[in-house]
Design a protein around this ligand. Structure first.
Ligand code: UDP
Length: 315
């Protein structure tokens, strides 16, 4: 197969490229490096089945020759990434998704949209099932991401209904692993980088907000199973093991080993960083289990061990 990956130099995109190449496919990756990095794909540049095009898909998204699938992963994805790039985030979710859908439509390719648990906003239902419509503040600071992804889902369904494009929508919950950007501000790179430097682990607010963390190889497995399935409804992919941010800080400290002297401290970040912060988040993965036969395999302890090993090399 020949597969286009937008956002191919991002954290998740680069792992998707690795996996597709390992399976023998041809990969064309597009990225404008707004939040992705050339470092993430440096090991692939010489690969004979890998091609990279530096492009902003909000403006231009085209690939010559046959295409079997388009995986649309291009977007800032961390709160700091989208708070710092609010307009780019809305434009890539709208114009960028439109351009990527047109590419799939013109080529007769299947299309996978990377969506997010953020479509559920600060959820009033727990855990979150795919048929929950969400609770999003459409003028809040997070709306630039949440509404862009909601629009992207709606546009994806419009191409499916109007043009019969074979579309897939994955709702990605908190995912972590090697190649997360050190400075992307999310809780995993923050805590892991702090732990390997023996600096305090900065818990925002009271640390009672919950998240459920999925290791990147599990996520990629679920994404590819969905791509090749016949499921056109959205599918949650995430790890249902829920914990508070404070508990997560303890887990990172434990995973860093006895030599880690970091304290866990409570701090108040800039107000917009925690405005509309979802208080609880946990995927209901019944659909993924039933339709894709998928569930996560990598424990938090093992995933953190691999992530810490990577961060030790890059910090
Ligand atoms: N968080 C924290 N300390 C940090 C970074 C984040 O306590 O150094 C909290 C943040 O307030 C939120 C949770 O961790 O409650 C997850 O935030 P993250 O930025 O990783 O992504 P989100 O899940 O909100 O998209």
């Amino acid at each position: 197969m020949r597969i286009v990956v937008t956002g191919g130099a991002g954290f998740i995109g680069s792992h998707v490229c690795d996996r597709l190449l390992a399976e023998g496919h041809h990969v064309v990756a597009l990225d404008n490096f707004l939040t992705g990095s050339p470092d993430n794909i440096a090991h692939l540049i010489e690969h004979e089945r890998f091609k990279f095009i530096k492009a902003d898909i909000s403006v231009w998204c085209w690939v010559e020759g046959p295409v079997d699938a388009v995986m649309n992963l291009a977007s800032p994805a961390s709160p700091v990434g989208y708070l710092d790039n609010p307009i780019e985030t809305m434009i890539v979710g709208s114009h960028g998704t439109h351009n990527a859908l047109e590419l799939a439509y013109q080529k007769g390719a299947r299309f996978l949209q990377a969506s997010t648990s953020e479509v559920y906003g600060d959820p009033l239902e727990h855990p979150q099932r795919e048929d929950y419509w969400g609770h999003v503040n459409c003028i809040g600071v997070r709306a630039v991401y949440d509404e862009a992804k909601r629009f992207a889902e709606a546009l994806t369904m419009a191409y499916h209904r109007r043009h019969g494009v074979q579309t897939r929508i994955i709702r990605i919950f908190n995912t972590y692993g090697p190649r997360m950007a050190l400075n992307d501000g999310r809780v995993v790179p923050n805590f892991v980088a702090q732990a390997v430097r023996n600096q305090p682990l900065t818990v925002y607010g009271d640390g009672k907000a919950t998240r459920s963390f999925c290791y990147v190889s599990d996520l990629v497995e679920g994404m590819l199973r969905l791509l090749w399935s016949n499921e056109t409804r959205p599918v949650n992919i995430g790890n249902p093991r829920e914990m508070s941010v404070f508990e997560f800080a303890q887990a990172v400290k434990a995973a860093a080993g006895p030599a880690c002297s970091s304290e866990i401290v409570f701090v108040q970040p800039r107000a917009e960083r925690i405005a509309d912060d979802p208080q609880r988040r946990q995927p209901d993965i019944t659909r993924a289990r039933t339709v894709l036969g998928w569930e996560p395999q990598v424990s938090l302890e093992e995933g953190l061990r691999r992530t810490i090993e990577y961060f030790r090399k890059v910090t």
